[in-house]
Design a protein around this ligand. Sequence first.
Ligand code: ZN
Length: 275
Amino acid sequence: MNDWVHLTDRVALLTPSVETDRPGLGYIRGSKASAAVDGGNSVKHTRLFLEHLQKEKFPVPTFTFLTHWHWDHIFGLGVMDNWIVASEETKRYMLPLQDQDLEKEIMESDYQLKNEFVDAFDVALRMPSITYKERCVFDLGGLTVLTQLVESDHTTDCSVVFIPEEKILFIGDCLYCGSERGQYYLDRLRYLTLMKTLLHFPAELYLDSHRQPITRARLTATLEKVTRIAEASIEYPDVAEALRFLQMQNGFEADDEISFFLKAFENGEQRKPRY
Ligand SMILES: [Zn+2]
């Protein structure tokens, strides 16, 4: 939980913690400049990140790249005084937050993030100063950062951050479902396309903001499994029948993951407009 891990010589990670909804924070160190991936879920969180950099005698990040606008990824941004890089879409979501009573909203909610602020509501927002429409590339000195929007149901502004020299892709929350009024959903085609898009990056390690790092082999296997699940859900719109089919035809063991995807795909279908 919130461990400081060296993934390669030039990429480090402050690992996520579920209890207070802290996402993983990335650190990328080029010879001329350095960068962070995501801005922390509170002032405390980002300060912890900076403490690790100080211990290592690493420079404060010149840039912070944002994977998307969700609160847990941006509430610590004000701790640093650097360049924040985000998609235009992410900035569009962030601007209205400046006029919102976020403390009231969070304290009255049942979000996991609330646990981060048991002692004090320490949020410091700052807006992006460099924006891109679809993608942009930064040369940090011997190390490249490519950030690019991807299509995801989680939110319309999901970006991934690729470091080709290190074969690492930060994927933020893009593999998570969308949710509306307590119901979670995934569009089958969008989800499979997204997984293929992620695999098109020649990465060996995929860093999800809230889960364990995913190897290329594991993501490939998951794509295969989810493809079978999606096919079954087209053939059998009824979740129980689709599950039976997967067990009989594909020899799948019924597990929570399969049930989750079948339900999310079913909800995704129900959201589509009917003509
Ligand atoms: Zn999110």
